[in-house]
Design a protein around this ligand. Sequence first.
Ligand SMILES: [Zn+2]
Length: 312
Amino acid sequence: MATFLSYHDLQQQGILYSEAHALQYLINVGILRPHQYCEECQTYMELKSCPTARYSDGYNWACPDDIHLLSVRADSVLHRRKISFTSFLHLLWLFCNRISVSDAARLVSSNIKTVRTLFTSLRQCMAEDLLDNGVRRKIGGPGHIIEIDESKFGRRKYNRGRRVVGKWILGGYCRTTGECFLTECTNNKRDHHTLLRLIKQNVLPGTIILTDKWKGYNSLSHHGFIHLVVNHRQGFVDPLTGVHTNTCEGMWFHAKKHMRQGHGRTRVDSTAVSIALCEFVWLKKFGLTRSDSSIRQMFNRDIPQLMSRVFS
Ligand SMILES: [Zn+2]
């Protein structure tokens, strides 16, 4: 069983200042592969110190008679990255603290491009972790209540007025489990066909869905969902049914804040947006907030576990 250490413990035990100790720690927690199997020799490889310069990490995986060699970074997020193990641990801590790429690069005296690709890879791992055999895992199901709403992400035009230029995002929050989904509206449309298709992709049949009166949601009850509506013109909670989508409103606030912080300028490129949305959903799924204990838990446990899941 892996022993996860806090950043403070890593500092105290000198692990943050020794490449050999950092390597051992990364193996222990599963960020680097704990073992490698050689298909050709049909045997497990051994971790050996590597005095030659072939692998600059000082260690490599080797078959018993040293025929086949493999980097300790193989099949991991550190594969072919020019980052020392100690710098990686520092960067991971900064990532968990949602420090921007440029600040993180400055703090560890690293190349900004190297840090950007690392942070992007960590977020891609989160996106991948939300998939089930390559398909987005659906939320909800019979007995589950999900609030669904669309919101436009972007800036107010010319920084004033009500007109917002940006992307329509469809989101849902499951009151039963606290899980959510966020997805870009195809071609930036929020018509009936687009919304229905996206909801079917993200929500299991039988779910109780709460929405506002937007006509795009009209036919949900004909497609296997139980659909309840709140009329926002008559206040935020329907006086008759008590239906509301307030939790979804709260989610928009946090998601937009998330997109503004740690992701630099408002990105228009689609991949960056969808990865940032996935990161938000992943953090929410694991109950991670901006609190100190969440940041510690993400660094000590949730990211290492994520890495061993994604690279297993
Ligand atoms: Zn071999």
